[in-house]
Each structure stands twice: as structure tokens, then as C-alpha cells.
Ligand binder design. Structure first.
Ligand SMILES: *[C@@H]1O[C@H](CO)[C@@H](O)[C@H](O)[C@H]1NC(C)=O
Ligand SMILES: *[C@@H]1O[C@H](CO)[C@@H](O)[C@H](O)[C@H]1NC(C)=O
Ligand SMILES: *[C@@H]1O[C@H](CO)[C@@H](O)[C@H](O)[C@H]1NC(C)=O
Ligand SMILES: *[C@@H]1O[C@H](CO)[C@@H](O)[C@H](O)[C@H]1NC(C)=O
Length: 838
């Protein structure tokens, strides 16, 4: 009996495995993506390469997947063909078609085997949510009456609507999405489709089936048209879908946009490769308007992972071609790694300029203890905390859950709000939608020390983004919104730094000055996103932090230290993103400060960086579309960088005369002055205030005041070849000029090795009050390349309770003091997360 049972189970597994066998899973073949020009057909390319054409890659025009037997290598096949062609140039018999096919290959990219992305993990030992009624959950009678009115006016008979505090909060009326006023105006999401990219969508749920949109749905795990939940824990997508578009009926509750349509795209329940993931992000993108994504790389505080280049191409393709050229709206949950010191700038999805990154606030207005902060976070909205969670639809014909949560539950509320926005203004572009959230977000907990007033007059916090979403305000703003002009960009040359990073709270400063002429040349009018791509070679990545300061003095903490991150690589071509500079003037000095915060055996070198500004074009009619991304953008010019270091120690009192104006830090390093290394050079005590502790204005910004003090500057050894030339010249080493370059380099290397960076007189000493953080160092289990849903787990006891939130910053700059609204609440247990970490 038992044996028979086991066999049945085994057969069942076998059956399931066969059903979900990946079409491109093979031990014997290698798969690669090619981008072909319009004139080149994939069959000709296949013939030419001796490869098998596996099929087009979704909506990426000209992109196809091919495969070769594993013993053949695409690069050598291509090289062979080019060589043969060269030899046969004179031969008229060579097929013209084949030649064209070879030239028609614009780009190639090897595809990794499908990766396991089934890690819906909740960080362990989470306290469970407390759903017992408490004194502080007494509803306000006026709110209860108003809610009753709304329900009767709109004929809402959904049994759990009254529990859906995120839609109407009778206990804390100020804490909800503020959406019911829109419903009363008839704004319910009609005509808009949101695709939930997740672990499935129960299209047979009676709460979802009325709004289910089959044409926008696909199952990339089972390779079938219906994204049905199949695994026991495939509940997450269904719950998210209910938040967006559960219909107004007598089942469970309602969605934010309860007359909008909902599609399901299933990718999280089995390994998938980049081909499928790229396809999923563009799936039916003329019908699916919004893509709600509550997942990402592991939020374990040690992963630094982003979408591969094919997936990044799909995202660019989505915003350029989706929604008939208006652009797909991507919404991403910020991530639940805050207890592990994680930060959403280490996640290449949440820090993409194409995604609206959403963090969590709870029903009492407190920050979700799990919710990651970062400079790429746009807004926050409601989810778990303070003993409550999101009440929504669950898997089953008539099933609800009171326990949906994490940032996973916050993202879909913004997706639903976006559906309301697009139902009123379908002509808005993806950037207009981002603008509307930026413009209407409501700052919360403004006294928590995390807010900066930017020079554009907006407030920004790494913890809260621009604030919490007010659905009513977003939609009203959308009604009158004037469309922004197309996107323009400005890329600085790569800034070559190649300098050791001093340890401790010293930092290495590099600056780049953007001129008005450069922006004009780039057809660049108004700043939106800023990205910094950088390389830092370091033996313990978690020790590093990076700040970006704008000309207006606004500070972005692009990167923060992470106790658990022991990866011995530093940052490799990583792009950090910030929305904090939205609307600022981009003209002036942009400063990057890289710190190696721990004095220990781990050290590194700041290699290079590059500033990228994204915004609105001056002349929209003559603005081309951004080219699709490639693996590396090394083909751009390099130039030597401005370099200096900072220190937290109050520097010695200035005794030496400052260097002349020609030594000012802002002068281009391309033509450095001959420094005088033999002179005792001044070390100025320059205070760089901790910026997030107070508002900063363009006129009264820390950086602009500091700038005037940053006068003595001498370029460091190793800063650039030019600099070294000058140093050697001024040392009187005339012989350097007489011998070959090779010898020059050898000496240069020797010299650099002898130079103790701490003795470098030419560095500015800048006061900084950052506290050293104790290193707790977690176990090092790297799980790169895995996606998991951002709330993970989903078993019903795995919801967070509130705890005072320290935020993800080890830096004290953004430490957030929760408002103690309620002493009893504060005294309640529930700090397990943080105490466990510590
Ligand atoms: C919510 O929406 C209403 C309109 O229905 C608006 O008057 C109000 O100011 C909004 N905000 C809050 C916090 O209620
Ligand atoms: C990083 O530094 C180490 C040690 O100095 C060196 O071996 C390695 O090649 C460097 N890596 C890169 C990418 O520069
Ligand atoms: C912040 O700036 C205001 C002036 O706008 C000042 O009064 C206040 O003391 C500052 N707070 C801190 C913490 O520096
Ligand atoms: C910022 O500027 C505004 C006016 O532009 C001023 O009222 C405010 O006090 C300034 N804040 C700081 C911190 O300087």
C-alpha cells in the first residue's frame, strides 16, 4: 500500500516535471540570443551558423534565440565564418544571402540555463501579526458612518470590505490610499489592464474571474496560456491581483481599481531563463498597461543582482514601444531586506529608472520594519505592520486572506492606483505616471530626520521616497497634467579615479562638473533620474558606502554598508539610481564620495565612475529614442577624475596658506597644475555636514557652502597619468622624460606602492560625524541570480508585526526615529527581527 502510494507520488512528480519541462532546457546545447537587422532572416542565420532557430524573443524586434551543440562555441563559429568569407571574397559562388546574414547580426548574448527562482522565502523568525482587537483599534464613529454611506452609494456588498483598512480606515482615517472619493466620481479603472507577474493567478476565483483578462496572461513555468496556481504556495500572485482588481461583488473585498482588468503572468514557480523573463516583461504589452512585480533578487543583505542585459533590453523596449509607444508602467516592490541591512539600490530591478519602486507604511503611518530604503525609492504605500496586514483575495473560488503583506502588498496598490490614473488619462507616458507620483506623494513623519528639502522645493527621504501615495490626489493631478516631452539623457565621460580608498570614516571624493552647454548639447532640459555607474575593487563589499551630492546640495545615499555582505569584489559596473534629484538643476558640480567604513584587512580601490542624467528633452521633436543597452558601455571616453579624500576627524587648524585659485578643486584634471610635493601643503578642516539631518536648499546647501572652503587641492599620486607626469616633472625627475613609457609605468607603480595614503598631504580633511557601525557579519551564503517574491513565505503566521524601525542605513544620516504614537504599542514585543539581527 505504502509502496504503491510512493510510486503514485513519484509518478505525479514525474508528470509535473514533464509538463513543466522547459523547451530550451538541454544538457547538450548552448543557447544564445542574437539581434538581427531588418533585412536578415533568422532561418538564414541558422543555416549560416549551423545553429537551430529556437524562436523570437517576445516583443523584442529582431531578437531571436538560437542554439548550437555544446561542443561548438558561437564566437569561434562566427570567427571561422568571417575568416572563410575573407578567403572566399573573390569567389562568386559564395552565397550573397549568407554574407548578408553574417553582417546582419547586430548583437549576441549567451543565455544561461534556466535558473531556479522559486525562493519565496520570508526571513526566518518573524513575529506573527497580531490581529486581536485592541483598544487602539477603536473605530471613529464619524468614519464608520461615512464608510457606510460610501458602501450604500456604491452598492459595495463585499463581505471583507470593512476590513480593508487600506481602502477605508475607520480607526485612522488619515491612513488609507484615499481612493473612495475617486470611486464616487466614477473612476474605477475601466479599460485598463494590469498584469501581475508572479506565481500565478487564480482565474477561477469568483472575486477575480469577472476582471480576468486572458489575452494578457501566460504561464512561463508550465508553458501554457492559463497562469493557474499549481504549487501549494502559489498564492502570492492571486493575493496581489485581488488588491488591484478584485471585483465589486459579494466575494471577499474589492480592488483599488475594481473595474479594471487583471492578467496573470506566471514566472516565479519554476526556473526560467532570460529569454522567458524578457518575454514576460513585454507580454501582450499593447494590452497590458501596467506590470506589477512583487519580487526581485534575494533580500538577504548580501546579494547585489540585477536583470541581465536581455531583460534590460525588454524593459527599455517596454517603455519605448509598450502601450502604443506611451510606455509600459513597471511597478516594483522595494524589498523586505531591511532587517538584514539590505537596500533597494542593490537590486537592479528596483533601481531601474523604468520602475516605480514602492516601499511600505503601515495602518498607523509607521514604516514597515522590513521595508528597504534607498535613493531609488519613489513612494510608499500601505502594507503590514502595527498588528495589521492587507486583506485581499486568496486562491480558491471564494477565499480571502487577512494576511497579505510585506512590500509585496504595497506595490500592487500603486499598480492599482496607476490603473485609475490611466483610466482617466490613457495618453500619459510612463514618465508622466512617475511625475504624478512624485508631485502628489504626501511626506509622512517629517520630523524623523530622514527628510531633505531639495532645491526643487520637494521633500525626499530615503526611507519614504517622496512620501505616501494619495490616490485621489494623483488622479486629480492627472486630469490636468500636461504631457512631458520625450526623454533625453546626458552621460559624463568615464571618470578615471584609480585610487585607494582610505579606511575608516575617511572617504574618497571625486567630482564632475556639468555645464549648461553640455546639457544644451544633449538636448537636456529638466532633470528626473540620476544614475551613477561605478567600479570599485574591494575585498569586502559590505564595508563600502557611496554618496552622491548634487550641485544643489541634495544628497543621495547611493550605497550603504551592509554587515552581511562579504563579497570580495566591490562594485563591478554597477549602476546606482536616485530619484532624489528630480527637478533639480543639473548644472554644476556633482560629487561622489566613496567610503571604506571599516578599519580592517579588507581594502580597495575606487576605479572609475560615470554620471548619467535622465530627464526631459528641450526639443522633443528632435529627440531620438535611447539605444538598447549592451553589456558594457566601455566604448565611451575616459577622462581623469577629480580626486580628494575626506576624514571624520576634525582636521588640524589651518596653519598654511591655502593654495592659489589655480589649485581649486573644480578645475579639470585634464590639465592639472604642476603640484609642489615638497612644500608642506595645507590640510584644511572642511566640514561636510550630515545632510539627511536637515533640509538643504540650493541657496543654503551644505555642499555649496563647503565648496568655498574646499580650496587647497593637489592631485594625488595615482589619480591619473597626467597628474603623475606633473608630479614627476616637478620632482625634477627629468630623466622620466627621456626614457620610455614602460619604465615610466614601472616607476610609477613603485612610487605608488611606497606612498602611504594617510600621509598624503594633498587630501582635504573633511569632518564627518558618521558613527562606526559594529560589524556583525552574517553567514556567507550567496544566492545570486534568484528571484523571489518580496513578501515570500505566505504561510499565515509569517506576517510582520511592528517594531521601531531603524531603517536600512548603517549610516546615522538616515536613522529614523519612529514617532511614538502609542507607548503601549512601543512596549509590545515584536522587535524580534532587529534583535535577532543584532
Ligand atoms: C482624500 O480625498 C478627498 C476627496 O475624496 C480629499 O478631499 C482629501 O483631501 C483627501 N485626503 C485625505 C487625507 O483624506
Ligand atoms: C582587484 O584587486 C585585486 C588585488 O589588488 C587584483 O588582483 C584584481 O585583479 C583587481 N580586480 C580588478 C577587476 O581590477
Ligand atoms: C535645520 O535647519 C533649520 C533652519 O532651516 C534650523 O533651525 C535647525 O536647527 C536645523 N536642524 C538641524 C538638526 O540642524
Ligand atoms: C530653504 O529655502 C526656503 C525658501 O527658498 C526658506 O524658506 C527655507 O528657510 C530654506 N531652508 C533652509 C534650511 O535653508
Amino acid at each position: 500500500m505504502r509502496i504503491a502510494g510512493s510510486i503514485a507520488v513519484a509518478l505525479g512528480f514525474l508528470g509535473a516535471a514533464t509538463a513543466s519541462l522547459h523547451p530550451r532546457s538541454s544538457d547538450t546545447r548552448d543557447f544564445f540570443a542574437l539581434h538581427l537587422d531588418d533585412a536578415t532572416s533568422p532561418s538564414h542565420v541558422a543555416q549560416l551558423l549551423g545553429a537551430r532557430h529556437e524562436g523570437p524573443i517576445g516583443e523584442l524586434v529582431g531578437h531571436h534565440t538560437f542554439s548550437l551543440p555544446r561542443d561548438q562555441n558561437l564566437d569561434s563559429v562566427l570567427a571561422d565564418l568571417k575568416q572563410k568569407r575573407k578567403l572566399k571574397r573573390r569567389s562568386e559562388s559564395e552565397s550573397a544571402i549568407h554574407e548578408d546574414a553574417l553582417d546582419g547580426i547586430l548583437w549576441s548574448h549567451r543565455l544561461d540555463a534556466p535558473r531556479q527562482r522559486l525562493h519565496k522565502r520570508l526571513p526566518p523568525h518573524l513575529p506573527s501579526v497580531d490581529l486581536t482587537p485592541r483598544a487602539d483599534k477603536k473605530p471613529e464613529q464619524a468614519a464608520v458612518a461615512a464608510q457606510k454611506d460610501i458602501m450604500s452609494t456604491l452598492d459595495i456588498r463585499d463581505p471583507i470590505f470593512k476590513e480593508q483598512w487600506h481602502l477605508y480606515n475607520t480607526v485612522r482615517p488619515e491612513h488609507s490610499l484615499n481612493v473612495t472619493g475617486l470611486w464616487l466620481e466614477g473612476v474605477t479603472g475601466h479599460g485598463v489592464v494590469t498584469a501581475i507577474i508572479d506565481d500565478g493567478l487564480d482565474l477561477h476565483s469568483k472575486d477575480l474571474s469577472p476582471n480576468y483578462y486572458p489575452e494578457g496572461s501566460w504561464d512561463y513555468n508550465a508553458h501554457s496560456p492559463e497562469p493557474l496556481p499549481q504549487l501549494v504556495d502559489d498564492r502570492h500572485g492571486t493575493r496581489c491581483a485581488g488588491e488591484v482588481a478584485a471585483s465589486k461583488n459579494n466575494i471577499c473585498g474589492v480592488g483599488v481599481a475594481y473595474d479594471s482588468k487583471i492578467a496573470g503572468i506566471r514566472i516565479l514557480s519554476a526556473p526560467i531563463d532570460d529569454h522567458d523573463e524578457a518575454e514576460s516583461l513585454n507580454y501582450a504589452f499593447q494590452h497590458n498597461d501596467i506590470y506589477s512585480c512583487s519580487w526581485g533578487p534575494m533580500d538577504d543583505g548580501q546579494t547585489m543582482e540585477g536583470p541581465g542585459v536581455l531583460i534590460r533590453r525588454a524593459m527599455v523596449n517596454g517603455v519605448q514601444k509598450g502601450r502604443k509607444g506611451k510606455g509600459s508602467v513597471f511597478v516594483f516592490a522595494a524589498g523586505n531586506g531591511a532587517p538584514y541591512g539590505d537596500n533597494c539600490n542593490f537590486d537592479g530591478y528596483t533601481n531601474s529608472i523604468y520602475s516605480i519602486t514602492v516601499g511600505a507604511i503601515d495602518w498607523r503611518g509607521k514604516h514597515g520594519v522590513y521595508s528597504e530604503a534607498c535613493s531609488a525609492q519613489l513612494v510608499v504605500t500601505y502594507s503590514t505592520g502595527s498588528g495589521e496586514a492587507i486583506h485581499t483575495t486568496d486562491v480558491g473560488a471564494n477565499q480571502c486572506t487577512p494576511l497579505h503583506g510585506g512590500t509585496s502588498a504595497a506595490g500592487p496598490l500603486v499598480a492599482g492606483t496607476s490603473a485609475l490614473v490611466l483610466s482617466v488619462r490613457p495618453d500619459l507616458t510612463w514618465r508622466d505616471v512617475q511625475y504624478l507620483f512624485v508631485e502628489t506623494a504626501v511626506p509622512v513623519n517629517e520630523k524623523d530626520g530622514s527628510w531633505q528639502t531639495t532645491s526643487s522645493g520637494r521633500k525626499f527621504s530615503h526611507t519614504w521616497g517622496f512620501g505616501k501615495v494619495d490616490a485621489y490626489a494623483v488622479v486629480q493631478r492627472a486630469r490636468e497634467w500636461e504631457l512631458v516631452k520625450p526623454q533625453a539623457w546626458f552621460h559624463s565621460p568615464w571618470q578615471r579615479v584609480h585610487h585607494e580608498i582610505p579606511q575608516g570614516q575617511k572617504g574618497l571624493i571625486s567630482r564632475y562638473t556639468v555645464t549648461a552647454d553640455q546639457l544644451k548639447e544633449a538636448n537636456f532640459e529638466r532633470l528626473e533620474h540620476v544614475t551613477v555607474t561605478m567600479n570599485v575593487n574591494h575585498t569586502r563589499r559590505g564595508d563600502l558606502s557611496v554618496e552622491l551630492r548634487s550641485p544643489g546640495g541634495v544628497v543621495s545615499h547611493l550605497s550603504v554598508t551592509r554587515d552581511r555582505d562579504e563579497e570580495p569584489v566591490g562594485y563591478v559596473d554597477w549602476t546606482f539610481m536616485s530619484v532624489a534629484h528630480w527637478g533639480e538643476s543639473a548644472v554644476g558640480v556633482w560629487t561622489v564620495i566613496v567610503k571604506d567604513t571599516e578599519v580592517n584587512d579588507f581594502s580597495g580601490v575606487f576605479t572609475d565612475w560615470r554620471l548619467n542624467l535622465w530627464g526631459e528633452a528641450i526639443d522633443g521633436d528632435n529627440q531620438p529614442l535611447l539605444p538598447l543597452p549592451t553589456e558594457h558601455d566601455d566604448d565611451h571616453p575616459f577622462e581623469a577624475a577629480h580626486v580628494a579624500t575626506t576624514s571624520i576627524e576634525p582636521g588640524p587648524v589651518q596653519t598654511n596658506p591655502p593654495a592659489g585659485p589655480e589649485d581649486h578643486i573644480d578645475r579639470p584634471m585634464k590639465k592639472p597644475p604642476p603640484p609642489k610635493p615638497t612644500d608642506p601643503s595645507p590640510v584644511e578642516d572642511v566640514v561636510m555636514p550630515s545632510p539627511a539631518t536637515n533640509a538643504t536648499n540650493a541657496t543654503a546647501s551644505p555642499t555649496s557652502t563647503d565648496e568655498s572652503k574646499l580650496s587647497p587641492y593637489l592631485p594625488s599620486f595615482g589619480a591619473s597619468k597626467m597628474t603623475q607626469v606633473w608630479i614627476y616633472a616637478s620632482l625634477g625627475m627629468i630623466i622620466i622624460f627621456c626614457i620610455g613609457l614602460g619604465i615610466y609605468f614601472q616607476i610609477s607603480r613603485l612610487k605608488r606602492r611606497r606612498t602611504n595614503p594617510h600621509d598624503d598631504y594633498e587630501f582635504e580633511m573633511i569632518e564627518d560625524e558618521d558613527e562606526l557601525q559594529p560589524m556583525t557579519g552574517g553567514s556567507r551564503t550567496r544566492r545570486g541570480g534568484e528571484l523571489y517574491n518580496a513578501f515570500a513565505g505566505e504561510s499565515d503566521d509569517e506576517v510582520f508585526s511592528d517594531a521601531d524601525d531603524d531603517g536600512p542605513y548603517r549610516d546615522r544620516l538616515a536613522n529614523v526615529q519612529e514617532e511614538d504614537e502609542d507607548a503601549a504599542e512601543k512596549a509590545s514585543p515584536g522587535t524580534g527581527l532587529l534583535s535577532e539581527k543584532r
